[in-house]
Structures are given as structure tokens and as C-alpha cells.
Write a protein that binds this ligand. Structure first.
Ligand SMILES: NC(=O)c1ccc[n+]([C@@H]2O[C@H](COP(=O)([O-])OP(=O)(O)OC[C@H]3O[C@@H](n4cnc5c(N)ncnc54)[C@H](O)[C@@H]3O)[C@@H](O)[C@H]2O)c1
Length: 261
């Protein structure tokens, strides 16, 4: 039987672009009602408009997750609209490639505020709202970068290592409510995030984006760069009934890139 999210409500942060957008589209196609969060108004509107109608309207919340009070307001506002959250995907994230000694306090803080602090408060509020036996699924975006240090994005790598740890703590704390919490770790995945990443990498190394893609492709045993569909496939499985006994795990979706990078 095809995986279904019929009658489920899903909150997806970072819905304006890349992995969050693809995930929301897939959720909607599987029958879920989606509440999407992003700080970019135009992308948020376009994303919500692009979801398949399922009978119930999908909802967009314009939020800048750098701000802690704003991050804390997401789940209560979502619950006011949809009543219950079955699934939360924390896909909002920022990444910078900057030499270690040139990372500013502001850049460091932004990475931690969005990738770690907002994810933490949204996950806790969502898990608190989930009740046995219905429970729920929380899926956090980590990264291959969180599993090893990275010389040119040390703050980003640290933030993703924190995501792994927070996921495990949540899994321990909320398992008794039937809440499963997992981290999905993509390798290099072709999304708009790389426009900014490549600017940073070019400034440091002088290399063109295609040189990086080529190197990473060659480093990947399966011989290609990841797509948003590759990552959304795993997220959809973890969010579905079929994936419901997977809990507290950090799962790579990278074609084997982790083995060689
Ligand atoms: N693309 C990759 O290669 C890759 C690899 C590993 C992990 N990831 C992770 O996957 C997640 C999604 O990445 P992506 O590649 O789809 O990125 P993306 O840049 O395409 O999308 C991220 C979205 O998050 C939103 N966002 C950023 N800061 C925000 C804030 N302060 N408040 C609200 N929204 C905010 C952006 O507006 C954007 O719509 C991120 O957590 C990223 O770290 C991506």
C-alpha cells in the first residue's frame, strides 16, 4: 500500500525553498494538511500556493526564527489553526562557508539561533502538544557536516552536531508519548542554499561551483549529487506509519559521500 498521511497535520519550517519545499509538496500529495514557516514572504506565499489542495487549506506563517520569541510562537499559532500536529520537520537552516578566524559573532549566532535554538524550542513545544496514543513524528535536518568537523564552516558543523544531540534527548524524553524523533543528514544536495555557499567557497578558494560539484560527485560512491527528492523520500518514510519504530537515529542520505569525505 502507498504511504499515506491522510488526516495528518504537518508543520514544516524553511518551506520557502529546497528540502523544506519539496517535503511540504510531498506531504500535501500524501494527504496531509501543511503549516509552513519561512522568513521570506514571497517564497512562503509561493510555496503554500504550490501545494496540492487536499480539501483543507494549507497555511503559511511568516516568521524569522532567529528571534527566540518568534520561534516559540510557531507551535501555539499552528495549533490554533490546525488543532493538532502529527509531524514537525525542522528544515529551516542557514549555512556559511567562512574561514575559521573570520567567523563573526553575529554570523556564529545566526547559525546557532536558526539551526539549533529555534529547532529546539519548536520541537519541545510540538512534543509537549503530542499526546499518547496518537503521538507524532519530529524530523530534524542535520548534515553530514555535523558528523565530522569542517574547516570552512565550523559553526555550521557544530550546529548540526547539536541537532543530533537534541534529537536524542527529545527521543528519550518523549518516547513515552509515542513521539519519534530523528535526524536526517543530507550530503551535498542541490538546493538554492548553495548559491550563497558557493559565493563563500569561491571567496576562500577561488574555485568555481562546478569544480566543487565535480569533486563531490567523484567522492560519492553512487556518483552523483543529492536531490531534494532523495532527502524528502527519507523524510516521508520517517513521517509515515511505515517508519514509526525508528527513533532517536541520525540517518545519512548522501549516496555514501560520508564514507569518503
Ligand atoms: N542543501 C544541502 O546540501 C544540505 C546538506 C545538509 C543539510 N542541509 C540542511 O537542510 C536544511 C534545508 O536546507 P536547504 O538546502 O533546503 O536550504 P535552502 O536555503 O534552500 O532553504 C532554507 C529555507 O530556510 C529559510 N530560513 C532561513 N533562515 C530562516 C529564519 N531565520 N527564519 C525562517 N526561515 C528561515 C529560508 O528562507 C529558506 O526558505 C537546512 O537545515 C540545511 O542545513 C542541507
Amino acid at each position: 500500500m502507498a504511504m499515506s498521511l491522510d488526516k495528518q497535520c504537518a508543520l514544516v519550517t524553511g518551506i520557502g525553498s529546497g528540502i523544506g519545499l519539496e517535503t511540504a509538496r510531498r506531504f500535501a500529495a500524501m494527504g496531509a494538511r501543511v503549516v509552513g514557516v519561512d522568513r521570506n514572504e514571497q517564497k512562503l506565499k509561493e510555496a503554500i500556493r504550490s501545494l496540492n489542495p487536499t480539501g483543507q487549506p494549507h497555511v503559511g506563517l511568516l516568521k524569522d526564527l532567529r528571534l527566540v520569541d518568534t520561534a516559540r510562537s510557531v507551535v501555539p499559532e499552528a495549533l490554533q489553526v490546525v488543532g493538532y500536529l502529527d509531524i514537525v520537520v525542522n528544515a529551516a537552516g542557514v549555512c556559511y562557508f567562512t574561514k575559521m578566524e573570520e567567523i563573526s559573532a553575529e554570523e556564529f549566532d545566526e547559525v546557532m539561533e536558526v539551526n539549533v535554538r529555534a529547532l529546539f524550542f519548536i520541537s519541545v513545544a510540538a512534543a509537549e502538544s503530542m499526546k499518547t496514543p496518537r503521538g507524532g513524528h519530529i524530523i530534524n535536518l542535520g548534515s553530514n557536516a555535523g558528523r565530522k568537523g569542517r574547516a570552512l564552516s565550523a559553526h555550521y558543523a557544530a550546529s548540526k552536531a547539536a541537532v543530533k544531540n537534541i534529537t536524542e534527548s527529545l527521543a528519550l524524553a518523549y518516547g513515552s508519548r509515542n513521539v519519534a524523533v530523528n535526524t536526517v543528514c543530507p550530503g551535498p544536495t542541490d538546493t538554492p542554499m548553495w548559491e550563497g555557499n558557493f559565493r563563500g567557497l569561491k571567496a576562500i578558494t577561488g574555485k568555481d561551483p562546478k569544480d566543487f560539484w565535480e569533486t563531490w560527485k567523484n567522492q560519492t560512491p553512487l556518483g552523483r549529487i543529492g536531490t531534494v527528492a532523495d532527502v524528502a523520500n527519507l523524510i516521508c518514510f520517517l513521517a509515515s506509519e511505515e517508519g514509526s519504530f525508528i527513533n532517536g537515529q541520525e540517518i545519512n542520505v548522501c549516496g555514501g559521500f560520508m564514507l569518503t569525505s
